[in-house]
Write a protein that binds this ligand. Structure first.
Ligand SMILES: *Cc1c(COP(=O)(O)O)cnc(C)c1O
Length: 395
């Protein structure tokens, strides 16, 4: 599906797989803001419905602007095809509902994105799907959790916000031996830093809301499958659930995607500088950043990723109270959930993004009460450090 840009390197693919190619020599992909597409004749329409010809007839099923984004991200992930969704959660729901059925079982990362866990535990459980959540950074835990009816292994790495890394090659081997489909949420790393399909995954999904769009102005999702058979199983679910992406949304994501690599290069360089500085600060208890040698999976991260990303977490010696004062006193970093945008965001998972989990599950997922999450933007790093310095002085 994406043979056109296969021979190019990542940055070239980023720019040229998101380019126009439409009418009038347009350099960018036009927004086909239309719900329906005219048939040339009654016979032409009938052939569409009989599945005899390909093309566009209704935007929930497919749209040229959305298709451009699907092809682009599928190419970046080295997959067969992309399926765009209205949100990241739409992608998670589509994949789970397409590939699971009653009396099947899922093994997943304990610190998986909260609402993904909620989907399995609260919603799909009603349809007879069982799920076990384990610390997948220890592959032995995955092996122990597998059952005869384990149909899917669902991994998020690096995990949010504890920054635990799961060995994708090792899990791929386990899933394959068991005949389970291996799904990876690659939102945090993006195809720039990690390509799970190359490491043995069957399906990759994204919240493009985060790094891929990168400008905190769109919510969206994407699924990429390794092969055509999986693509044909998953795509109808998106159409039936009705969680399609809108053409205007797709246009904005195409625009954001072009600068993914330059944004991430800058953001992760900033993050590394700040994490090193924080680790030496007398008021800081610990910093979880994949690039620090103190991180327990630093070597694994180096092996399966081509960079350490721009999100990290830390805790102050003064615990929850000191963390709160820090978040109330930063002036440049914005106190908000979400991540992966050009602007720096700070938040407190235990009382915000992960408040829905029991304290016990949070601690098991490495999310201590005082943990502060920092999503580094592309501002000047000296200003970000000065901002933290003045906030730490009063924390
Ligand atoms: C945000 C996020 C999601 C959900 O995506 P939405 O676009 O908010 O629906 C899923 N997985 C991860 C890792 C996320 O960070």
């Amino acid at each position: 599906m994406n043979e056109k840009h296969e021979q190019y390197r990542f940055n070239t693919k980023l720019i040229h797989s998101t380019a126009g190619g439409g009418a009038y020599g347009a350099v960018n992909v036009p927004i086909y803001q239309t719900s329906t597409f005219a048939f040339r004749s009654a016979e032409h329409g009938a052939k569409f419905f009989a599945g005899e010809i390909e093309g566009y007839m209704y935007t929930r099923i497919g749209n040229p602007t959305v298709k451009a984004l699907e092809d682009s991200i599928a190419g970046l992930e080295n997959g067969f095809g992309g399926i765009a969704t209205s949100s990241g959660l739409g992608a998670v729901t589509t994949v789970c509902m397409a590939l699971l059925e009653q009396r099947t079982h899922v093994v997943s990362t304990a610190s998986v994105y909260g609402p993904s866990r909620g989907l399995l535990e609260d919603q799909l459980a009603r349809f007879g799907v069982e799920a076990t959540f384990v610390d997948t950074s220890d592959v032995g835990n995955v092996e122990k959790a597998l059952r005869a009816n384990t149909r899917m292994v669902y991994i998020e790495t690096p995990s949010n916000p504890a920054m635990q890394v799961t060995d994708l090659r090792a899990v791929a081997a386990l899933a394959k031996a068991r005949g389970s489909v291996f799904v990876v949420d690659n939102t945090f790393a993006t195809p720039y830093l990690q390509r799970p399909l190359d490491l043995g995954a069957d399906v990759v999904l994204h919240s493009v809301t985060k790094f891929i769009n990168g400008h905190a102005d769109v919510v969206g999702g994407m699924i990429v499958t390794r092969d055509e058979a999986l693509y044909r199983r998953v795509r109808p679910l998106m159409v039936n659930l009705g969680c399609c992406m809108d053409p205007h949304q797709a246009f904005l994501v195409l625009r954001g995607l072009k600068t993914l690599a330059v944004r991430l290069d800058r953001a992760q360089q900033n993050a590394m500088t700040i994490a090193c500085w924080l680790e030496r600060h007398p008021k800081v208890a610990w910093v979880h950043h994949l690039g620090l040698e103190s991180h327990p999976q630093h070597e694994l991260a180096k092996k399966q990723m081509s960079g350490f990303g721009s999100v990290f977490s830390f805790e102050l010696k003064g615990g929850v109270e000191a963390g709160r004062r820090l978040m109330d006193n930063v002036r440049l970093a914005t106190l908000a959930v979400s991540l992966g945008g050009v602007e720096t965001l700070i938040e407190h998972p235990a009382s915000m993004t992960h408040a829905g989990m029991s304290r016990e599950s949070r601690i098991a997922a490495g999310i201590t009460d005082g943990l502060v999450r920092y999503s580094t933007g592309i501002e000047d790093v000296e200003d970000l450090v000065a901002d933290l310095e003045q906030a730490l002085a009063v924390a």
